[in-house]
Design a protein around this ligand. Structure first.
Ligand SMILES: *[C@@H]1O[C@H](CO)[C@@H](O)[C@H](O)[C@H]1NC(C)=O
Ligand SMILES: *[C@@H]1O[C@H](CO)[C@@H](O)[C@H](O)[C@H]1NC(C)=O
Length: 320
């Protein structure tokens, strides 16, 4: 009798143990182990949606409620560009009465001295608390991943802010002109994306071009309209909406064109800025005081040029 009872308990615990192990195995293993990296080929990028943030302790949107977030994708090692931005437009936090916060988004350094770069980034972030780092390999070919993880971060942490500007680091930003545009009653508060919109961007079929895309990847001769990647602004309802449609569209390595494909799927059209003087991708330098007074974003050639434009834009002059 006693013996039978022990056997029963033994078998029962064996069964329960196996069941719970099996359950743990299926329910709780980190996703990252389940999806092996598959090279998607040269014209797509791997965006398996399981990247993790390894640094994101910024107080932005946690203890603050900004109107506008400025997101700067930057290479991990490019501390010079980050510091220049922190000294100039990145240091403007109250613009026309609206709170503005600038953050940098980056991936993992790929260089031989990656460990050292990671350590330096941690120290830099301790000082400024403005870095958001995800665990994908930071490279030019992975820019689409960078943009998508940026949208993930915004949708998860900052959906209460009104707008985000994504902007390259080698640019001059006139925040007052941007905030003025965003506060304009004519500017939409939802489904809004603007910048230098390319309405009829051809899909390049010349194999020697770095933006070459074969017909089996994008069969249409033109991409749907999209604002050029160096600077675009969107309302903060869009990150979540874009993330919802993106699984249906295989991630293309051309970041801005890919967003155009997502927008089209959403039935959202980008908006031209009210003036063509606002977003300048390849301006004639040096910019005059008059153009500096009208610009929102312009590409620059160097950190020095960006800094000097910013200083000039702060001086009251007879503009035009
Ligand atoms: C930002 O501006 C404040 C106030 O004008 C100034 O004290 C501070 O040194 C600036 N920060 C940087 C990094 O230049
Ligand atoms: C892009 O990122 C993934 C994930 O980190 C990595 O496996 C891949 O090698 C990267 N591609 C390039 C071209 O850097």
């Amino acid at each position: 009798m006693e013996n039978w009872r022990f056997k029963y308990i033994f078998i029962l615990s064996l069964v329960l143990g196996t069941l719970s192990l099996t359950y743990l195995n299926f329910c709780c293993k980190p996703e990252i182990l389940d999806i092996p990296f598959v090279d998607p080929g040269p014209h797509h990028v791997a965006y398996p949606r399981n990247y993790k943030f390894i640094m994101d302790d910024t107080p932005t949107c946690k203890t603050t409620s900004p109107f506008l977030i400025v997101m700067v994708p930057v290479a991990p090692g490019n501390v010079a560009a980050r510091d220049a931005i922190r000294r100039t437009w990145g240091n403007e936090t109250l613009v026309l009465g609206q709170r503005v916060e600038t953050l940098f988004i980056l991936g993992l350094p790929g260089e031989a001295d990656a460990e050292q770069t990671l350590e330096k980034l941690k120290q830099e972030n301790q000082q400024h608390q403005d870095l958001i780092q995800s665990n994908f390999q930071d490279s030019y070919h992975n820019l689409t991943i960078k943009t998508m993880v940026m949208l993930e971060w915004l949708a998860a942490r900052c959906s209460k802010a009104s707008y985000v500007l994504k902007i390259d680091s080698d640019t001059i930003l006139h925040l007052q002109n941007l905030v003025k545009l965003l506060l304009d009653p004519k500017t939409a508060k939802h489904n809004y994306m603007s910048g230098l919109v390319w309405w009829h961007s051809p899909v390049l079929r010349d194999k020697s071009n770095k933006f070459y895309v074969p017909e089996d990847v994008v069969p249409e001769p033109e991409f749907p309209p999209y604002p050029l990647g160096f600077a675009y602004v969107m309302s903060l309802d869009l990150p979540q909406k874009i993330l919802e449609v993106s699984p249906h569209i295989k991630a293309l390595f051309i970041e801005d064109a890919y967003l155009g494909m997502c927008l089209k799927r959403l039935g959202v059209s980008p908006t031209d800025p009210p003036e063509s003087t606002m977003f300048l991708v390849d301006p004639v330098h040096p910019l005059s005081d008059c153009s500096l007074s009208k610009v929102i974003v312009a590409m620059t050639r160097s950190i020095q040029q960006m800094t000097s434009y910013w200083e000039r834009s702060k001086k009251p002059t007879t503009k035009c």
